[in-house]
Design a protein around this ligand. Sequence first.
Ligand SMILES: CC[C@H]1O[C@@H](n2cnc3c(N)ncnc32)[C@H](O)[C@@H]1O
Length: 484
Amino acid sequence: MRVRNKKWSLEYFLEVRKEVLSTWPTGDSPLLDLDTAVETLRAVPEHKNFALKLLKADKEKRTYIQPRAGVATLQGHIELLKHLEQAGADFLPSTIDSYTRHNRYLEAQEGIEISEKEQRSFLNGFPAVNHGVEGCMEVLKAVNVPLQARHGTPDARLLSEIIHAAGWTSNEGGGISYNIPYAKNISLADSIYYWQYCDRLVGYYEDHGIHINREPFGPLTGTLVPPSIAITVGIIESILAATQGVKHISVGYGQCGNVVQDVAAIQMLKELTEYYLYTFGHKNMHITTVFHQWMGGFPKDEAEALGLISMASTVASLSKATKMITKTPVESIGVPTKEMNATGIKASKFVVNLLKDQAFPDSQKLNLEKEMIRKEVTCLMDKVIDLGLGDVAIGAIKAFEYGVIDIPFAPSKQTMGLVLPARDNEGCIRILEFGHLGMSEEVKNFHKDKLKERALKEDRALDFQMTVDDVYAVSEGSLIGRKA
Ligand SMILES: CC[C@H]1O[C@@H](n2cnc3c(N)ncnc32)[C@H](O)[C@@H]1O
């Protein structure tokens, strides 16, 4: 598949759409007629439009809360979401099940049937394609806050069609962020193409006055991902989305743990995304930020998990991230009950409310981290632009092929996996092994010096064991996996 960072013509989009809607019977609904879908979306009240509520949050300079949540049956899912709205969620998800994420709608159907029979969820999420537009409409009608599909789907074309036609005004994902961390061997050309379709659909709705939010998946593998790599992927996906007509984008970031570095990352995420969108000719974009509470291994103990959730909430709020994605005290176990999910929301909301009038102060350290992120993102984006001769779709595909962009601990064969992160003496994520990552010598020396400081302090070698120790550290109660 040859992809270009070029806006799809309406004719081409409508041609491909016929094939997309034929891939499962629920794609055959009259509610998927585009004029009908536009009217459905136009009828969504402002307080239930994701993009508009995010603009409100951004103006208030405070952090809104959103959990992840999804179960198999329609009634079970509605009951779950109403409970979480009661608990204080400002936005609601529908976390989509793994079968649907891999377009295995037959197994998703079987999962629904057994869940109905046994009265408990046999799926790890909400199978929106099988429930169809009508089912997704019922979910939206049952709640009073905006709804978003959260998943990990390389080919989310039918899923996106169905949730938007039901009035859901946000969709998470992207051609890189929903491929590399979620699939074994799907080509980036394919997944970027599929997500150009999803974004072109949003562009169609924007052309008809409907505002829909798109959210690249910031955390990627959620395992010690260097902030500049995560931010660069978010910028590339934002440019690709804007090309197709998307106007409202929330760029995400997974908490790394050192407070100064995390605040720097959130601030640079917005600044650099806006900068690159502007240089690529996309003016009047609405960019907001999303802070994901710790995405790595969680402590088993529920009280300790709640401590981690509260600490993450502190950092998110002080960073002024527009939205924060919450975790639950049973993160280390699995899909939470509605009660456990509500606990995570309430603890998070309590902290964010306490801190809403405060912001993280400027400091030399903060500015150093911001400048390092700027330098690193600039290195990577320069490479992507060069490799693609100005086309970031082509440039991104080549950058991954050559390892110039590389994401640690990814299941996908489409990334080289040579980059090794480790924490420095203050817990900032640095890069131990660069592989072919497109960073300057200055950046490499900075990271090496920072890691040497820690190695010296712990009297240990600068090696892979640091990475391993840091992967497990948080779940064992410390940020840095210090040598015993
Ligand atoms: C991105 C991965 C994260 O999504 C969360 N998650 C996945 N499926 C569900 C689910 N069905 N309900 C609640 N949380 C969920 C869980 O915290 C996991 O670590």
